[in-house]
Design a protein around this ligand. Structure first.
Ligand code: SAH
Length: 237
């Protein structure tokens, strides 16, 4: 096993703070309230927004049990630089907060655009394989999944399931969700901003994540990378 911490890593012992546990029901309550108000505004929001809301609920339902279970993981390395914190805030804002606020209030209506129904439908159809991949990647990573860059005690290198085909299947699913979002939510703020936010996430996080796993798993991770591409089996990076 390789030495763990680097200069940008924090060594952590013990479980996550209780605040995460208290924060989850509060966040869920706020989300449910915004979803209920957004649904009442369905005429203003259009059918693409209803699909987006359904997908938001489905993604949350897939992730929540893993988040709750993995809260008891003992984390031994966590990369929590300012860039990682800013990226998580940007993802939260562009994939959750801004769309829900817009759909519930219409506050960004000045940034609306229109798209033909056929284009909206492409976004809706893309969510089907996206949800499958999102679900499978959480299931395959199991206890090794974390929303941030972390290595837990007993962290295992996952190379099976969807990880036998791609190194980053969960991020591929999120790419699909992010690209579908502006097709479903016809608004530059609520729909489009997720694309630059996740582009930054991809560019900054993936090299750090891979370096962290390489430090942890050494030659085993190199062998895995030699066999499995980042985005597509044929693409080696
Ligand atoms: N990039 C992956 C996982 C995202 S979740 C994907 O897109 O599917 C982020 C966490 O997953 C990281 O903290 C890392 O510790 C863990 N992780 C990523 N790939 C892994 C692998 N192949 N095996 C075990 N853990 C992995």
């Amino acid at each position: 096993m390789q030495p763990l911490p680097t200069d940008r890593s924090a060594e952590i012992s013990g479980q996550r703070p209780m605040m995460t546990g208290i924060g989850t029901p509060i966040m869920l309550g706020i989300c449910l309230l915004l979803i209920a108000v957004a649904l009442m505004r369905w005429r203003d929001n259009g059918w693409g927004a209803i699909v987006w809301l359904g997908n938001f609920v489905a993604m949350t339902a897939i992730r929540l049990p893993h988040a709750e279970r993995n809260r008891s993981n003992v984390v031994i390395v966590a990369r929590k630089g300012i860039d990682e914190t800013l990226l998580l805030i940007a993802m939260f804002a562009t994939m959750m907060a801004l769309p829900l606020v817009q759909l519930a209030t219409g506050v960004f209506a000045a940034a609306d655009y229109t798209l033909p129904d056929g284009v909206t439908a492409i976004g809706a159809v893309a969510l089907v394989p996206m949800l499958w991949l999102f679900w499978r990647s959480h299931a395959d990573l199991g206890r090794n999944w974390s929303p941030g860059l972390e290595v837990r005690e007993d962290h295992g290198l996952v190379t099976g399931g969807v990880y036998a085909r791609w190194r980053h299947p969960m991020y591929i699913a999120i790419w699909m969700a992010v690209l579908a979002q502006p097709l479903l939510l016809h608004n530059w703020v609520a729909g489009f901003l997720a694309i630059p936010a996740f582009t930054a996430m991809w560019l900054l996080r993936v090299p750090q994540e891979e370096a962290m796993l390489r430090e942890r798993f050494g030659p085993a991770y190199d062998a895995y990378c030699a066999k499995v591409g980042r985005l597509w089996p044929a693409v080696r990076s």
